[in-house]
Design a protein around this ligand. Structure first.
Ligand code: SAM
Length: 368
């Protein structure tokens, strides 16, 4: 499977199941990591001030409102800091929205002008703010920007996606779609090695593209400890596929060869990789948990949608294109009906949450 051409979130046309309409979990994560983002901008601006044009990139932006939420936080953060410290604000923002080529960039571009005018009006930037938004299709595991051209890089819920399904899994991860309790050590090793390679390349590429002392804030799903590989949402997907097998709808060999190209690192794995790659200093690392069902009781009652169904739609929005490319489109509704049932059962025992890691990094100067 060539992930660069296959991987994307469900597009806007897939209304009910689109990423844009089913990414409240990721929205919550962006809101929870805002403090680290704000503090990073403050630190950058206070130390270095801003040049006339502030250049920033959101990597793995996808095609929903979340892409604009992160940008709003960054631009408002710059504005607030300049007011507070009477710094000269940038008069231009060059904004790059990056994702893989099959991302629904059209949906993103359709709402970009409205976003920009709202931002300018809300911000009292009058007409002096010139913001230029461009889409950058390509993998962030390759070079995407000219050398030393970026002041700020942001990425949320994207860098845990691998560049490929780990090599050498063979049939060793039978019955699972990701690392699970029953995955043998060789599978753990294969996943970790792929992440190590990818994350190191990611840092290396950004280190070329960012100005010295440029800042980067990354938020990704992580693990609470090196030993904890529990990932309930993937276990539920594996169970749902097994149901399809039991009904004779999917074949065992196809299920056994399906593995999700994600890796959730631990804090210490991330720290070690930043240190060994050596282009960035790690200024801050924070962790927090979020519930997959982001709604309060009233919202749940009003929507008439159970938590199981709600969570199934979140999972579908990010995993359907991968599943469809492997198994075909026919049984997607059925798979996610099963997913909702298993989730409801799981929720009767425990909450379904994600453990998240936010890191704030500074690109080192060549001489340190
Ligand atoms: C779960 S979405 C996150 C979107 C958005 N940042 C948010 O927080 O809602 C992950 C995005 O990362 C993108 N992605 C995964 N691997 C990528 C890569 N190698 N290069 C660029 N984008 C990638 C996916 O296509 C997807 O749109």
């Amino acid at each position: 499977m060539d992930l660069v051409t296959v991987l994307h979130m469900n597009s806007a046309a897939n209304h009910q199941c689109s990423y844009a309409n089913n990414s409240s979990l990721q929205k919550n994560v962006i809101l929870r990591s805002k403090k680290v983002l704000d503090d990073t901008i403050k630190d950058f601006g206070t130390r270095h001030g801003f040049s006339k044009c502030f250049t920033l990139a959101d990597l793995g932006c996808s095609s929903g409102p979340n892409a604009f939420l992160s940008l709003t936080h960054i631009i408002n953060g710059v504005k607030a800091l300049c007011q507070e410290k009477t710094l000269k604000p940038p008069t231009e923002f060059q904004i790059f929205l990056n994702d893989l080529p099959n991302n629904d960039f059209n949906a993103l571009f359709r709402v970009a002008p409205a976003f920009l005018s709202k931002l300018e009006n809300e911000n009292g930037y009058e007409k002096s703010l010139n913001s230029f938004i461009s889409g950058v299709p390509g993998s962030f595991y390759t070079r995407l920007f000219p050398s030393e051209s970026l002041h700020f890089v942001h990425s949320s819920y994207s860098v845990h996606w691998l560049s490929q399904i780990p090599d050498k899994l063979h049939d060793n991860n039978k019955g699972n779609v990701y690392l699970a309790k029953s995955s043998p050590p060789s599978v753990h090793e294969a996943y970790f090695n792929q992440f190590k390679k990818d994350f190191t390349i990611f840092l290396r590429m950004r280190s070329v593209e960012m100005i010295p002392k440029g800042r980067m804030v990354l938020t990704l799903i992580g693990r609470t400890s090196n030993r904890n590989y529990n990932s309930v949402h993937h276990d539920i997907l594996a169970k749902s596929l097994q149901d399809m097998l039991a009904e004779g709808l999917l074949e065992e060999k196809d299920i056994n060869s399906f593995n999700i190209p994600l890796y959730y690192p631990s804090v210490s794995e991330l720290e070690a990789l930043v240190e060994s790659e050596s282009s960035f200093s790690l200024d801050r690392i924070e962790t927090f948990e979020v519930n997959w069902d982001t709604r309060d009781k009233d919202e749940i009652t009003k929507s008439g949608e159970s938590s199981g169904q709600f969570i199934a739609k979140i999972c579908r929005a990010f995993s359907e294109p991968l599943l469809a490319s492997h198994f075909g489109n026919t049984y997607m509704d059925k798979i996610f009906e099963r997913y909702a049932v298993h989730t409801t059962h799981q929720l009767s025992k425990e909450k379904i949450t994600s453990f998240n890691i936010v890191v704030s990094l500074t690109k080192k100067c060549n001489n340190n």
